[in-house]
Each structure stands twice: as C-alpha cells, then as structure tokens.
Design a protein around this ligand. Structure first.
Ligand code: G6P
Length: 610
C-alpha cells in the first residue's frame, strides 16, 4: 500500500528518496512524489504511475537538497492522478506532508478550514493535513507543536512525515495505525513506512508506536506522544540484509519465494521441534502455554491467504486438541459484535502484521479480555507488538504481492502450536513423535515437488487461455483449493473458484464443459475414493482435469488429463505439499499471459486501510 521515506543529513536526498521509494514499490501503488527543501526554498515533483517516471522527471531538474520526503500512493480517496499524489502542501507551498492511512473526519476538518479561507485542490483526505498544520503555524506555534495539535483533531489512521521551509533542520513524523520507523545514521537520519526502504543506509531502527510523534534532526531526534508526554525510544539493530530482499537470480520475486520454501519452512521449524518429547517449543508462547491449552474455544482471525492458513489451522486444532476452533475474516469479526468469552484464545495470522482489519480485530478482542496471540512474519510489526504473545513465522521478507512462502510457514507454525497444545492434552508421545518426524521431512519433500517446475510449466501452457478454473479438495485440502484458486485469480486475472469437492454438485457442476479446467487435490488419504467419484463426475461432463496426486497412485492417470505426482505425508501436513504445485501453476500461467506477477493490478501487499 502507500509508502513513506524521508531523509535529513549531509547528502543529496533525491537519489536516497528515489531508491527508498523503489524499495517500497512491492507494496503496490499508483502514483509517486517527493518534496525537497533547500536554501529556505522548496520543490515538489509528482507523477501518476511508476517511480521510474518520477526519476526521469527529476533527472532534468538537477536538484540538490539535504532534506526531503517521498511517497508512493495507493488511491483511497480520489482517483490516482498527479494532483492527488503526495506530498500535499499548504497554499504558500512551503509546508509538505506525506500521509499513509485514512483521515475519517476529513470532511468536517475540510469544512472548518474552508471557512477560514483555505482552498483545497485535491480530492484526497490527506490534503486537510497541510492546511490544518498551517492554521496552527499561523497562530505562532512551532512546526512540531502545529503537527501535534493537528493530530489531536484528526480521527482515523496515519503515518505521516512533514517538512517545512521555515524550519529546514527537521522532519516531523508521527503514527497511528499505519507503520512508521526512524532509521539512525551517522550525521543523517531517515524515516520510512518499512525498513526495507532505508536498510541500505542503516540497520539502527526505532519503531514508532501509535500516538508517537518525533522530531528528526540530522544528528539526533526527540520523541513525545501526540498528547505531549515525554517518551524514551529504544534503538533496535536489524539483522535482515538487502540480499534477502533481492530477487536472487529469479525472474520474479514470486518464483524466488516459491523456490525458497524448503529453506523458509525449515527456518519456521528450526529449534522448535522437541523430537524426544514429540512436541514443540515456542519461546513466544511459553508464558501463555497453559492458558492456551486450557482454552474453551479458539478463534482465528485473518485476511486473504492468512485466512486460508487459519482454515487449515482449524482442521489441525480440532482434530488433535479437540478445542472448538472458528476461523473468521477479520473484517467481519471486527464489526459483527462477536461473542468473546472468558477462556477464549484468539490467533491473529498476518504475514505483514499490518493488515488493518486484522489489527483492528486484535484491538477489539484485547479490549474484551481475550488472550490475543499473533502469528506474524514481519518482526516488530504492529500485530506482533500489539498481541499478548505470539510466534514469528520466520519465512523471511516476502515481496511478491501474492503470498506463497508466508503461507507454508504459517502452516508450519500452526502445526507446531497444534503439537504443543495436543501434547498437553490428549496426544500420546508416540503420536507426537511421529508428527514431529514427519514435519522435519517436509522441507526435502517440498524440494522434490519443486523439481516438477518444468512439467507444471507445460501444463500452464495448455491452460493459459482458460477463462475459468475450478479448484476442488476435501478435508485438509479444501483450504488448499481455496488458496490455489486465489493464487490464480490474483496474478493471472482468470476467474477461479475453490470449493469443497463434494459441494461441486450443489452448484459449480453446472459450469462444467470442455472449456472448464478443474484442479483436483487428490492425494491418497481417507477421502481418496470420494474424490475419485467427484473426478468422474467432471469427466462425464467433458471437463479437463488436472490432479495433484500421490506418487504411489498409478490409477489416477487413467482418469484425469494431467497429473502432478507429489510425495506422501500425514494428512495434517499434506497442505504444505499440495499447495506447492498450485503456486507454480498460477505463476506460470500469469507469466505466459505476460502479466506483472509481482505487482498484480489493483492488489497491495500490505492492506493497511479498510
Ligand atoms: C493482501 C495480500 C495477500 C494477503 C492479505 C493478508 O490482500 O495481497 O497476499 O494474504 O493481504 O495479508 P497479511 O499480511 O495480513 O497476511
């Protein structure tokens, strides 16, 4: 979603801002802009579209400045165009603001400012900020005070950075509900919505909390709350390297991330399996493990792919812990006045740890006294910090908008949590050990499936022109069917639906003809015979069938058109294997259609607005 980067120091900020914005491109955006301050003067440059176009524009201007802010916008209020792009400014054009989030009371604020004579030129909610700040500056306040007072009038969410010609020694930055970090350098400092924007310059990071406001000078900073309380901020050392963020020789981040899965799932389980005891050790849950095992009910709240992981988690938890488990779309959960009882534990699954709906559902649940546990990938993210306790997935940075390795790591963590609880309840050490053993074999099995890449690419060639796809699975593989369909939709723009295979006859079967490919997830498990019947039903209607099947299954090839043979594992872990071919199938179809796989249209990596 929107990205923020800011610089103050001795160097020319223009290339630093542009490189920072390029690092944020993966979040999804539709326009970009920067504002720089120099010699008590300023310059703003914006455009619709890519950061590279902004860079081209800037080249001819030969700007040199030690202070500036840059932004990538993903439209919420007002269409994506140059006018609505950030930074926004006051009428004198000497004060510039970039903003992530949504100002909910902007209409009221705008009317008040218009009465004072302020003229608005954009359709955005964000434009109220420079005018509001300006109104406080006109009353004789400093920039810091003016921003602080303004934010006290704002309802909604924000991560902001502000610069002002008349106070050219500082950036003011603040956050509420939208991530923001400060990067500490030598005689230079940075602000950013995401550490990856500034990681090539510094690894010393200060995370802003909701309600924090900071003054950033080139050689120091100070922090308060917007209610003017003094606060101390801790500096964290980041271990993530830029190499980890680069494409690593693959043509797309998504392919790199699919191929990384043997390693990423290994990292998710590293040091967490206690083989001798047939259980797991999750440092982040140690203090709450007893309460977790004693839960009367578990709720999992998430969005998108993380929600699909949650649905697999429900199958795992209910089968082995016998704790009733519900899976909720965070957006529904937060608004429908959910019943939360004493003894309920709620997991919030989020790759980014910043998804607005998941974060809001977490806050609501905490307010009602539930034990709120996070399962996040991004360390230090809002959900990770707001939850009572939690587990990091350790999948490494995921840049491709369509989530792949984060999903499999979420499944690993959910299986570890299941082991942890189940062993405290009904599971025997023998059963625990066998799950632990099987889990440790998953990385090698994923590596084996990845060797089928060329075969899957050939299948993609056959089906790349299809207009619709059906994905069908049963039990643990029903959520995988949903995830397979989502992957295809997201990046190839082909309409695809995931269904529990048996539900096909209650609707989707009407769609089947020779133009309708159906992907069946049909490993040899207890529902195998049933799924073969479903396959026959599609075949009888001349549907084209791709099956993800067990290596040992020699019969299925006789019925279906294409088979992708994968190794076996126990049912609880099957989704970790069956999802891999579906990720590759979606990837190759999208590439063959010439689409932007890493940044699909209309989608954002991190959805920090509702
Ligand atoms: C967006 C992304 C999806 C992701 C979902 C939830 O829609 O494009 O890939 O699954 O948000 O994101 P989260 O970071 O909370 O897992």
């Amino acid at each position: 979603m929107c990205g923020i980067v800011g610089y103050i120091g001795d160097k020319n900020c223009v290339p630093i801002l542009i490189n920072g914005l390029k690092r944020l491109e993966y979040r999804g955006y539709d326009s970009a802009g920067i504002a720089v301050i120099f010699d008590h003067n300023s310059q703003i440059v914006k455009n619709k579209g890519k950061v590279s176009l902004l860079e081209d524009k800037l080249e001819s201007l030969h700007l040199f400045s030690n202070l500036g802010i840059g932004h990538t916008r993903w439209a919420t209020h007002g269409i994506p165009n140059e006018l609505n792009a950030h930074p926004h400014f006051n009428s004198e054009k000497n004060l510039y603001v970039i903003h992530n989030g949504i100002i909910e009371n902007y209409q009221t604020l705008k009317k008040g400012l218009q009465k004072l004579g302020y003229e608005f030129i954009t359709q955005t909610d964000s434009e109220v900020l420079p005018h509001l700040i300006d109104s406080f500056l006109k009353k004789g306040n400093s920039l810091f005070k003016s921003v602080q007072l303004s934010l006290n009038e704002v309802e909604g969410t924000y991560g902001i950075a502000v610069v002002y010609e008349k106070e050219p020694d500082k950036i003011i930055a603040a956050r509420k509900g939208s991530p923001l970090v400060l990067g500490i350098g030598e005689n230079e400092n940075f602000v950013a919505s995401d550490v990856s924007a500034i990681l090539s310059h510094t690894k010393q990071i200060v995370y802003l909390e909701d309600g924090d406001i900071i003054q950033v000078f080139k050689d120091h900073f100070s922090a308060k709350t917007i209610l003017d309380k003094d606060i101390e901020k801790e500096i964290h050392e980041i271990t993530m390297t830029l190499d980890e963020i680069d494409k690593g020789g693959y043509s797309h981040f998504m392919l790199k991330e699919i191929m990384e899965q043997p390693e990423s799932v290994r990292n998710s389980m590293r040091g967490r399996i206690l083989f001798d005891e047939g259980t797991s050790k999750l440092g982040g849950l140690e203090n709450v493990a007893e309460a977790l095992a004693a839960s009367n009910r578990i709720i999992i709240s998430a969005c998108g792919t993380s929600w699909h992981a949650g649905l697999v988690g429900k199958y795992m938890l209910e089968q082995f812990t016998r704790i009733p488990t519900e899976v909720e779309y965070a957006s529904e959960f937060r608004y429908r006045n959910p019943i939360i009882n004493k003894g309920d534990t709620i997991f919030f699954i989020s790759q980014s740890g910043e998804t607005a709906d998941t974060l809001a559902s977490l806050k609501e649940s905490k307010m009602r006294g539930a034990l709120a546990l996070g399962i996040c990938n991004v360390v230090g993210s809002s959900i990770a910090r707001e939850s009572n306790a939690g587990v990091y997935t350790h999948a490494g940075p995921e840049i491709g908008v369509a989530s792949t390795k984060a999903f499999t790591s979420q499944l690993v963590v959910l299986s570890l949590i299941t082991l942890l609880i189940a062993r405290k309840k009904y599971m025997s050490i023998v059963d625990g050990k066998s799950i632990a053993e099987e889990l440790s074999k998953i990385p090698d099995k994923i590596a084996e499936i990845l060797k089928l890449n060329d075969q899957i690419e050939e299948i993609a060639e056959v089906f790349k022109e299809a207009k619709n796809f059906l994905y069908l699975g049963r039990g643990y593989n029903f959520p995988v069917a949903l995830e397979g369909a989502l992957k295809l939709k997201e990046i190839s723009y082909i309409h695809a639906e995931g269904y529990p295979a048996a539900e096909m006859k209650h609707g989707p079967i009407a769609l089947i003809d020779e133009n309708m490919p159906a992907v069946f997830i049909a490993p040899k498990d207890s529902t195998y015979d049933k799924i073969i019947s479903n396959i026959q039903e599609v075949k009888a209607r001349r549907g084209k069938i791709i099956a993800v099947a067990s290596q040992c299954d020699n019969e299925i090839d006789k019925i279906v058109d294409y088979t992708i043979k994968i190794p076996d594992t126990i049912r609880i872990l099957m989704p970790l294997l069956t999802v891999i071919p579906l990720q590759l199938l979606a990837y190759h179809i999208a590439v063959k259609k010439g689409l932007n796989v890493d940044q699909p249209r209309n989608l954002a990596k991190s959805v920090t607005v509702e």
